[in-house]
Design a binder for this molecule. Structure first.
Ligand code: SF4
Ligand code: SF4
Length: 265
């Protein structure tokens, strides 16, 4: 839309066609831009061109398109065709995401910790992002997000002490065989095991996010999640079912995301 207005500004006689499937002018002032573009004479045709051929003599481009509003196939002869491509993450974003333990969405952009409650935070503590690395967005949204990311970072940078999640993996060295499985599965690289020296698994508490993956994977039952030990969970279940257990349903849900997912449902 913006480009069509710019072309009209410099070449008022230019005939412009925009072929589209859906137009969502969702931002502040975007609907005005769309309206102005139409008022300037830009033609919006609902339908995707199925074929583009070149006139061998005059080299013009011929487009065949099914106009779904008029329910007919139309043909246009144009001097120039510009393809509007979708925005994709850069190829090396995956490498960076692996390095920083950042999750990615199915289309490759980085994933926020929570879309409403922590929209500029990565799930990995201390990492914040802004702009199109998270999803395609315009300048205004990018600047707003950048401001929020700076504010979130400054809380950490200006703190004398940092508060951390109390939920950490704790290794029972009497049970640990130094097999190394926990270190392999830890998504945060928070466990060090010297398999040869057999010194047991050591959890770097500052890096441990308390996800519980290692505890679930350890075949020797050597890892307990602090504040979520089996004894504590069983005690909670007993307490919950003390009265009228036949009327209750107990669900085991993720400590991190069940509230957020319920909130979004
Ligand atoms: S998976 Fe269990 S036994 Fe193996 S190194 Fe880790 S804590 Fe030790
Ligand atoms: S609880 Fe999760 S983050 Fe912490 S050491 Fe185990 S696997 Fe790594």
């Amino acid at each position: 839309m913006k480009d069509s207005l710019l072309i009209k500004e410099h070449h008022p006689d230019a005939e412009i066609y925009v072929f589209y499937i859906d137009i969502r002018a969702f931002g502040k002032g975007f609907e005005d831009l769309f309206r102005r573009s139409k008022e300037e004479g830009v033609n919006y045709i609902r339908g995707l061109p199925g074929e583009i051929t070149e006139d061998p003599t005059i080299k013009n481009l011929r487009i065949r398109v099914e106009n779904t509003t008029a329910a007919r196939v139309e043909e246009y002869e144009l001097d120039m065709v510009i393809l509007a491509l979708g925005l994709e993450p850069t190829d090396d974003l995956k490498q960076l995401a692996n390095m920083l333990n950042i999750s990615q969405t199915s289309d490759g952009f980085v994933m926020e910790a929570h879309p409403k409650l922590r929209p500029v935070d990565a799930p990995t503590p201390g990492i914040f992002f802004a702009g199109s690395v998270e999803a395609p967005k315009d300048i205004k949204d990018s600047v707003t997000q950048a401001g929020a990311a700076v504010a979130r970072s400054s809380i950490i940078l200006n703190s004398q002490t940092l508060k951390m999640e109390a939920l950490k993996a704790v290794v029972d060295f009497d049970k640990c065989t130094s097999c190394g499985v926990c270190a392999k599965v830890c998504p945060y690289g928070a466990i060090k095991v010297d398999i040869k020296a057999k010194t047991g698994a050591h959890v770097v508490a500052a890096a441990c996010a308390g996800c519980g993956t290692c505890a679930a994977e350890c075949r020797f039952d050597a890892i307990t999640m602090q504040h979520f030990s089996d004894a504590q969970l069983l005690a909670q279940i007993d307490a919950a079912l003390e009265k009228e257990p036949e009327k209750k349903i107990i669900s085991f849900l993720c400590n991190w995301c069940s509230y957020a997912r319920g909130d979004l449902a």
